[in-house]
Write a protein that binds this ligand. Structure first.
Ligand code: FA5
Length: 339
């Protein structure tokens, strides 16, 4: 039994056949199990001899089976490796690499500028209450200034915010001035029923800014905005403050940045004037402070709301704001992040 099977084991080339041999030989119905089971009929003298002999054969066969199994597995592995060699000289697959949207890049840049100046970054809801978007900002119901921002209403109380200014009111309400002045920016999306054209979109971005302390002046506002313009566009940029009107600032200004892509002649982005309007700003109206429970006789400051879309148009010479929102990868891929 032993010799005959050892020969069969050795000659087997197939793991399944080998397994069948193992089951036949050593399984419950195999000859060795049968011999061991029959030991109860033997005399006490015969039992140890037969037992030892049968167990020896069993051990030998097990060893042979294992060796053959290892050898066959090894051979299978070698064969597999031989057919699966990797050609390291083949060119690799091109992996397309994305890039943050150009508006996100410019917003990150502006945020970093303000974080560096000690401002905190605050988030506000895009679905906003009329109360914060207008009333707290000194624009009561039926105030004509509501027409300045044609608004998407959800119901009488709720709307898609038309500006990031409501975050001013939300932050002022919470700020504890005994802990120090307030310096915050709030970036985000805003919505207006504007007709889309080259410089207007019905959904765009703003970054609100608010600084409240005891002795803030218009010169602080101008210096901050000039430093921002020069950070984003380069050291030779100029800014121009034009008197304007916002219900939540007094005095109010609109701020233009000098165009540098028009060769001094003006171009479509700058409406042929040599300047592009990028933000609204002013000194915070006392009513805004009082509405939020801040003592307007002690505290005051400036606020601004800037348009990152317009910043991006000017910085990169994009002459149509709609390009940012059409999702054309050929356009967006031009603005790979540096570094
Ligand atoms: C406001 O929204 C004021 N909340 C800004 C402000 C804040 C003033 C704090 C004073 C103090 P205005 O409607 O002008 O203002 O919008 C501000 C900026 O958003 C504009 O200068 C422009 O850069 C951008 N903007 C306005 N409308 C659009 C639009 N439809 N598409 C793209 N950008 C726009």
């Amino acid at each position: 039994l032993r010799e005959e099977n050892q020969k069969r084991i050795k000659e087997t080339e197939d793991l399944d056949v080998l397994n069948q041999i193992r089951v036949n030989l050593l399984g419950k119905k195999g000859p060795i199990t049968e011999v061991l089971r029959g030991m109860k009929d033997l005399t006490p003298e015969e039992r140890p001899k037969v037992g030892a002999f049968a167990n020896q054969i069993k051990a030998d066969l097990q060893e042979n089976l294992q060796k053959r199994k290892d050898a066959l597995e090894q051979a299978a592995l070698q064969a597999k490796l031989a057919t699966e060699t990797i050609d390291v000289t083949l060119p690799g697959d091109q992996v397309p690499v994305g890039t943050p949207h150009i508006i996100d890049q410019i917003m990150d840049d502006i945020e970093e500028f303000f974080i560096g100046q000690g401002y905190q970054v605050v988030d506000g809801p895009e679905v906003e209450e009329d109360h914060y978007n207008f009333e707290m900002m000194n624009i009561p119901k039926d105030h004509p200034a509501r027409d300045m921002q044609d608004t998407f209403y959800i119901d009488d109380q709720l709307l898609m915010r038309s500006q990031t200014s409501p975050v001013q009111a939300r932050t002022l309400e919470k700020h504890d001035f005994s802990q120090g002045p307030l310096k915050m920016i709030s970036p985000g999306r805003v919505y207006r029923r504007d007709t889309d054209d080259a410089t207007h979109s019905h959904q765009f971005h703003q970054i609100e800014g608010l600084v409240i302390d005891k002795r803030i002046t218009m010169a602080d506002l101008k210096g901050t905005l000039l430093a921002l313009a020069q950070h984003v566009f380069g050291a030779d940029r100029k800014i121009r403050l034009r008197p304007s009107y916002f219900p939540f600032t007094e005095p109010s200004v609109e701020v233009d940045v000098s165009c540098f892509r028009c060769n001094g002649k003006g171009c479509a982005i700058c409406k042929y004037s040599g300047w592009i309007e990028v933000l609204g700003a002013g000194m915070v109206h006392p009513n805004v402070l009082t509405n939020a429970g801040v003592d307007a006789d002690v505290y005051g400051g400036f606020a601004f709301g800037l348009g990152p879309d317009r910043f991006a148009m000017l910085k990169y010479g994009v002459d149509d704001i709609r390009s940012f929102y059409q999702g054309d990868v050929r356009f967006l891929a031009q603005f790979k992040e540096e570094g």
